[in-house]
Design a protein around this ligand. Sequence first.
Ligand SMILES: [Zn+2]
Length: 90
Amino acid sequence: MEEREFFTESTQAKPARLICPHCRTEAEYAVSWVVRRKKPAPPPRADSLDRARFQKLTSYMVRRDDKLTCSNPRCRKTFEIAGLQSVVSL
Ligand SMILES: [Zn+2]
């Protein structure tokens, strides 16, 4: 059984204040995340091994965006998201 069968997946944008490394302008960006919420119970066809795995799992989210475009109209450069975790437990 695949891990994704234990989760309900959704996409969510969360605001984050980030500083562009090129122009040093701080701005708020909507960073896109994939949210994996653990289902209340494992699927009915899960065997005992799957159930044991399910017990250990927790909800988490994974960042989808690696890069952003600077919102400063005089800069508009692409920069990598730094200082923001890529996986967060919920
Ligand atoms: Zn910039």
